[in-house]
Design a protein around this ligand. Structure first.
Ligand SMILES: Nc1nc2c(ncn2[C@@H]2O[C@H](COP(=O)(O)OP(=O)(O)OP(=O)(O)O)[C@@H](O)[C@H]2O)c(=O)[nH]1
Ligand SMILES: [Mg+2]
Length: 318
């Protein structure tokens, strides 16, 4: 049973199925080849499966965990047939993932006792931060929240324009300043405005590209400190956005970012149009931080809650 049950509706499921098409094709042809012509799950099948998973961008650590769990199941049931392998593989993959239900809220909801709820969106350039913010604003507004956007990516003029377009499209207010102004000052203004307006949710965009990596991390630390001065315990959520189409690079980025700054939620974008979606399994397994959302397209309703059951189910659905 899916945790989200009816909340993960027919339309969302179709969007997910469609978004994962390329990954599904790659994943399946590899797994099918690994077990072709075999009737029982022996060492040879497990070896081929291991290779198939690694080649499907699942990553070595996660693949070894999955194979280890399959080996145990095979030991329990010596005559386990390859026909049951798909189902067992699904079960074992699902068991090791961390999803939105492991976060402190589910669906497009935020905790009622944290108002305004501040989300700081971080990640390297081009991963889909601004687009994800537009989609989040749309979904949170639809769920009945008053949303306020903060354009703290002041590094490029186009960044403020891009977020402004999203704010108009969704119909939510935005706080911005001139290009080149201090990102922390924009974040401060945004939170202050949210407090006086009584906004429910604040989503702050940040620059992905600064002069260098140390500067970027310093900037994020400063933004967090400034927000925290206005509102204790804020930002409540620091969301790291990762580009799923970069496969193992996304995993590496997640490692570096989470080591340098306190991230407490993950969003993986661009899963449509890539065969590297297997990396979601690696990310959702290897980090204690929940994957909350996935991006499966450029349109406003192409952001989905990451529900591990639905994800694995779609991945294995032919
Ligand atoms: N296909 C697809 N494209 C996406 C998705 N999410 C974002 N994009 C596209 O990726 C490109 C970069 O997205 P942005 O939102 O501008 O990325 P960003 O992280 O804000 O980039 P910077 O502001 O330069 O740091 C845009 O062309 C988006 O339309 C997705 O889920 N699927
Ligand atoms: Mg941006």
């Amino acid at each position: 049973m899916s945790f989200f049950g009816k909340l993960f509706g027919k339309k969302e499921k179709e969007t997910l199925d469609e978004g994962l098409n390329k990954t599904k094709e790659g994943f399946f042809s590899k797994i099918t080849k690994a077990i072709a012509g075999k009737s029982t799950v022996d060492d040879e099948v497990l070896d081929s499966l291991e290779e198939a998973l690694v080649n499907a961008d699942v990553g070595i650590d996660t693949t070894l965990e999955i194979i280890g769990r399959l080996e145990k199941r095979v030991q329990q049931d010596k005559y386990l047939g390859t026909s049951e392998l798909n189902r067992i593989l699904q079960e074992e993959i699902e068991a090791i993932l961390i999803d939105a239900a492991d976060a402190d809220y589910k669906n497009f909801e935020v905790p009622a006792n944290k108002k305004p709820y501040i989300i700081l969106v971080v990640g390297v350039n081009g991963v889909g931060k601004t687009t994800t913010i537009g989609k989040l604003a749309y979904n949170y507004k639809k769920a009945g929240y008053n949303v306020l956007l903060g354009a703290a990516d002041t590094f490029r003029a186009a960044a403020v324009d891009q977020l402004t377009i999203w704010s108009e499209r969704v119909g939510v207010p935005i706080v911005k300043q001139a290009m080149g102004s201090d990102p922390s000052a924009v974040a401060f203004d945004t939170v202050k405005s949210a407090l006086s307006k009584g906004s429910d949710i604040v989503i702050i965009d940040t620059a992905g590209r600064l002069h260098n990596k140390a500067y970027l991390m310093d900037e994020l630390t400063k933004i967090k400190r400034v927000i925290g001065k206005l509102l204790p315990n804020a930002p409540h959520e620091v969301m790291l956005v990762l580009d799923g189409s970069t496969g193992q690079n996304a995993l590496e980025q997640a490692k570096h970012f989470t080591a340098a700054t306190d991230v407490n939620s993950l969003t993986i974008t661009k899963l449509d149009g890539t065969a590297k979606g297997g990396v979601v399994l690696a990310i959702a397994h290897q980090f204690k931080i929940p994957v909350k959302f996935i991006g499966v397209g450029e349109k406003i309703d192409d952001l989905l809650i990451f529900d591990k059951h639905e994800f694995v189910d779609s991945l294995f659905k032919l």
